[in-house]
Write a protein that binds this ligand. Structure first.
Ligand code: NAD
Length: 512
């Protein structure tokens, strides 16, 4: 293994065989079947992980419930201090963890580092938040009464995460949940379990160092069956699930059946509108990065370009030229632009999507294909491709988690906005224009229907300071910044009567 991977794995506590169930520093030998994780970069085995069985899950949840009893009583700013230490510990392991994320998931090393930086940033955000869990006060309509609301910790938060952000999504949830006084049980993607195990080693130690109980940060591992344990468990008041819309519908239904709360962060089908007034240099850069970054495996990846007919041919030509210069290869080698897809199933999905697009009449602009030969032994490397297509094609309506970009032509802005909104998903959107009227129309209530709408920035990525998430089949959840923390707490409205009267509601009088 090149690029110092072996040393990074060792420093992160990853062995060839790993337990997958933990309440902090304690690792539980449950009887679940082991599964393996291999790198899409070189096809090599990273190691195996023991899945969590029913018994192991029960032990985790009961320990989490015990921990919640005391963790919720720790003053929020002190909880923030613990999260500050977690952020500092992440700073120390940034290179190793970034490398593991890159190696296990296939995103570039630079993106792996960026993902760990997001974890550090959300810890900083959460530290500040720990002193700002504000409620409102209201003026009571009754004399001698005071009304206010306060936010209390919720309990055990279940976190189900996707493979493509194997560590950041967990931290967006857990850093906030911890300062809110909750305890967390995380089920990482079965496609990137080592990243989860590494995080648990980092964080578990910090809670233990402060004499805090086991159970504040818990880890379970395995496939959807372990995820189902969380979504069906009424001891878990909130399940935050990130992944496909298919998964979100199942989790949302299961949690809804027991009237629990779910926070869903699901698939996107993100478009950039390029108007005749766009700065085309910026538009091309934004589109290129959005479409091929992380090999098209971001929930915010650009999947559709909605281009005005006046600039359509020029954009097409310049994009094709830019694509011809892309270097595809090992994500740990910083001279490469595009790494592999997560696994061979993803490669099959990519190939099927291309076939489907062609059968629906899409016109090839840049040819795709699976790469083979030296450096591509894992079988997971594909060529980013471009098709001219129509928005109503079934394949265009669908999120294919791969670097396939569809070009769609429009004539007027209202049509472009209708096309942009004309998909089942509603995560990220962008307009490239220097025309203020176009930009404001796009951001208006009659404009983009997405959770994220940008002007002169592509669709891909987001800053942790804003609330992150989307509408429609993207699930409606919001994570990370702004007031997303409220999802992790319960609101209580309090009325205090400091008068010597007890006025009854609606002027009702009891003469007793
Ligand atoms: P996936 O849906 O296959 O799996 C995601 C997680 O859900 C995994 O941990 C999996 O084990 C679990 N899971 C699957 N079925 C389940 C069930 N029935 N009950 C409980 N848990 C279940 O998704 P993936 O392939 O890992 O990730 C790619 C998808 O994630 C894309 O659609 C992408 O857009 C989406 N995503 C969304 C966001 C966002 O913030 N909106 C962020 C990252 C990824």
């Amino acid at each position: 293994k090149e690029f110092g991977i072996a040393q990074s794995l060792e420093r992160l506590g990853i062995k060839s065989e790993n337990l997958g169930t933990s309440t902090g520093t304690r690792w539980i030998d449950s009887e679940g079947q082991s599964f393996s994780s291999s790198s899409p970069a070189d096809g090599e085995l990273i190691g195996s992980v023991q899945a969590t069985d029913k018994d192991g899950y029960e032990r985790v949840i009961s320990q989490a419930q015990i921990a919640f009893e005391s963790w919720r009583l720790v003053p929020a700013p002190q909880r923030g201090e613990i999260v500050r230490e977690i952020g500092n510990a992440l700073r120390e392991v940034k290179e190793d963890l970034g490398k593991l994320v890159s190696y296990e998931m296939g995103k570039s090393y630079q993106e792996g580092l960026g993902e760990v930086q997001e974890m550090i940033d959300i810890c900083d955000f959460a530290v500040g938040l720990s002193r700002q869990l504000y409620g409102l006060t209201m003026h009571s309509e009754r004399p001698g009464h005071r009304m206010y609301e306060q936010w209390h910790a919720l309990g055990v938060v279940g976190i189900i995460s996707a493979f493509n952000f194997p560590v950041a999504v967990w931290s967006w949830n857990s850093a906030l949940a911890w300062v809110c006084g909750d305890v967390c049980v995380w089920k990482p993607s079965e496609k990137a379990p080592m990243s989860g195990i590494a995080c648990q080693h980092i964080v578990g130690k910090i809670f233990a160092k402060h004499g805090l109980p086991e159970g504040i940060s818990c880890l379970v591992n395995g496939d959807y069956k372990v995820g189902e344990m969380l979504s069906n468990d009424s001891r878990v008041p909130l399940v935050s699930a990130t992944g496909s819309t298919r998964m979100g519908k199942l989790v949302g239904e299961a949690v809804g059946r027991r009237l629990g709360r779910s926070l869903l962060e699901l698939g996107g089908n993100n478009a950039i509108i390029i108007t005749p007034d766009a700065d085309l240099d910026m538009a091309i850069r934004g589109a290129l990065f959005g479409a091929v970054g992380t090999a098209g495996q971001r929930c915010t990846s650009t999947r559709r370009l909605i281009i005005h007919s006046k600039v359509f041919d020029e954009v097409k030509k310049r994009l094709a030229l830019a694509y011809s210069k892309l270097v595809i290869g090992n994500p740990l080698d910083e001279s490469n632009h595009v790494g592999p897809l997560i696994d061979k199933d993803a490669v099959d999905m990519y190939q099927n999507a291309i076939k489907k697009a062609e059968s629906e009449g899409a016109i090839k602009v840049v040819e795709g294909g699976v790469l083979s030969g030296e450096g591509y032994e894992s079988g997971c490397y594909v060529k980013p491709c471009i098709y001219e297509a129509e928005n109503h094609f079934e394949i265009v309506q669908h999120e294919t988690f791969a670097p396939i970009l569809y070009l769609i032509k429009y004539e007027d802005l209202n049509e472009a906005i209708a096309l942009q909104n004309g998909v089942p998903q509603g995560l990220s959107s962008a307009i490239m224009t220097t025309n203020m009227r176009e930009a404001e129309a796009f951001l208006s209530v009659a404009g983009s229907d997405c959770g994220i709408a940008n002007v002169n920035i592509g669709t891909s990525g987001a800053e942790i300071g804003g609330a992150f998430g989307g509408e429609k089949e993207t699930g409606g959840g919001r994570e990370s910044g702004s007031d997303a923390w409220k999802a992790y707490m319960r609101r209580q409205t309090n009325t205090i009567n400091y008068s010597s009267e007890l006025p009854l509601a609606q002027g009702i009088k009891f003469d007793i």
